[in-house]
Ligand binder design. Sequence first.
Ligand SMILES: O=C(O)CCC(=O)C(=O)O
Ligand SMILES: [Mn+2]
Length: 203
Amino acid sequence: MSAAVEVPGLMPGASIRYCPDFLDRLDQKRLHRQLLDELHWNRGQVTVFGKSHAIPRLEAWHGDPLATYRYSGTDHSPHPWTLALDEIRHLLQQFRSDLQFNSVLGNLYRDGEDAMGWHSDDEPELGENPCIASVSLGAGRDFRLRHRSKKDIDPVTIHLESGSLLLMEGSTQKYWQHSIPRRRGRNSPGERISLTFRTVLVA
Ligand SMILES: O=C(O)CCC(=O)C(=O)O
Ligand SMILES: [Mn+2]
């Protein structure tokens, strides 16, 4: 495993590291299959202007019993940790001992039509300056970042490869938004799973 690399470029207020080979290649295939089988994948709904829409990906919320999380407009009680999630959680702690999380949101992008719109992971239950560790498996996808207020700062793209780890920390969520854009046509990517490990503050 190589050391994490700082993301280049001017990103005021952001603290982001990208580690392209966090998971061994052999483990990636096995873990991808295991996660497809083990996680409680579900197609969430989001309400926009009073109308309910199916979100363009599948999601799964797992973690400690009290780690309830509100996303896509709904409160979600976690499903329990699975063997594959526990294995990856353990690897994160080996990588850096302070990477300890009580929950994880899985995202399953079935193809290039599946995507995630611009947002910050700034829900109140994640507290001030949350640390989010995002592990990718399967097809590579572009991860876009843009500053929330300074429109003269160029957006940044990080291509998230299978087996990679992306860490977002400090005031990243306060000043920056991120998204996974749709990729249509001939270069439409195959299936991808992302696991975004988080710590939900438990009351
Ligand atoms: O799939 C990704 O890499 C991004 C996921 C994400 O932003 C989220 O779960 O909040
Ligand atoms: Mn996010």
